[in-house]
Design a protein around this ligand. Structure first.
Ligand code: FAD
Length: 277
């Protein structure tokens, strides 16, 4: 299998024990020589300090860390402060997002969409940052019209994004179609598939239903049929995800970004199957 760049995503742990465990996970995953590890950010700044602490831990282990930064509910001053803090840590890559505020929260703030955040970063900080953005091969769940979503994505890239990471998906045709569609709109940045190893099928089915992501019927029925047979769920999940990655890489995907949920074994097993370790 052709070698492709790999990246891994974490969420910031809530406890010191979780932070220590994550350092081990980073070391385990480093056998793949990842390009970077990204760390999510709670919209509205909920995980601001924890995201920063996790980014520092990753950098201290000698790896590139890319904090996510969502802008909804934020002020320009607050965003500038966060960027300054990261800059002081030598961080150069960001995943720039709009984010979602918890329902019931008042949506004040100076940024409406991720494109506003990217424009702001480019205007105030020039080309200092390598900016990743989110892409949705099965379209963003709040957007009724596929065409509009593609146009908004293209506008976001035009505002200054360098690369994109997709929402997770299980249907490779959705990814290839999305890439074709946005290329036709003039988007030429890499679009890296975001891949979710199947840690807990019930939870992933729940996320998928919430975010409008198709789980193929043959996968869903087989998974549901395993009931509590954890070994079969694990083996079949690895098989499905490894074959998906194989098709994506063979079809030209420029890399793979794993949603690790802060665990290494499944992502590593998939990388092994792809001969990427
Ligand atoms: P945008 O690109 O701004 O799009 C949001 C919606 O607005 C879309 O429906 C789009 O079509 C529409 N839109 C865009 N521009 C316009 C316009 N000019 N006019 C009208 N409509 C417009 N969430 C977090 O809270 N923290 C994270 O760390 C995080 N990490 C993520 C990482 C990845 C790789 C992905 C795929 C998602 C992540 N998310 C995260 C979830 C993300 O914040 C949500 O999906 C959010 O709803 C959209 O964010 P966005 O940056 O894609 O928004």
């Amino acid at each position: 299998m052709k070698h492709v760049p790999i990246s891994f995503e974490f969420f910031p742990p809530n406890t010191p024990v979780g932070s220590d465990k994550l350092k081990t996970v980073v070391q385990d995953l480093s056998v793949v020589k990842p390009e970077f590890f990204s760390v999510t950010y709670g919209a509205g700044g909920a995980t601001r300090d924890k995201t920063l602490a996790t980014v520092k831990d990753i950098a201290a282990l000698g790896h590139e860390a890319a904090p996510h930064l969502s802008c909804v509910g934020s002020t320009a001053e607050g965003i500038s402060e966060i960027l300054d803090t990261y800059r002081a840590q030598g961080i150069k890559r960001l995943v720039a997002l709009r984010g979602d505020l918890p329902s019931g929260t008042a949506v004040a703030g100076e940024f409406r969409f991720a494109s506003d955040l990217i424009e702001f970063i480019r205007k105030t900080q020039g080309n200092d940052w390598f900016i990743e953005v989110a892409a949705y091969p099965e379209y963003h769940p709040q957007q009724r019209y596929a065409r509009k979503d593609l146009e908004h994505f293209a506008a976001k890239v035009k505002a200054g994004a360098n690369s994109a990471i997709t929402q997770f998906f299980f249907n490779p045709d959705a990814y290839f179609h999305f890439v074709d569609e946005v290329r036709a709109l003039g988007v030429d940045v890499p679009i890296v598939p975001g891949i979710m190893p199947i840690h807990n099928y019930a939870k992933i089915a729940q996320f998928a239903a919430r975010d409008g992501i198709e789980i193929p019927r043959w996968v869903a029925l087989k998974m549901e049929g395993y009931l509590d047979d954890a070994a079969s769920i694990r083996a079949f999940g690895i098989d499905v995800v490894a074959r998906l990655c194989e098709r994506l890489i063979t079809g030209g995907a420029p890399g793979i970004h794993f949603y690790t949920l802060n665990q290494s074994p499944l992502s590593l097993e998939v990388c092994k199957r792809l001969s990427l370790t």
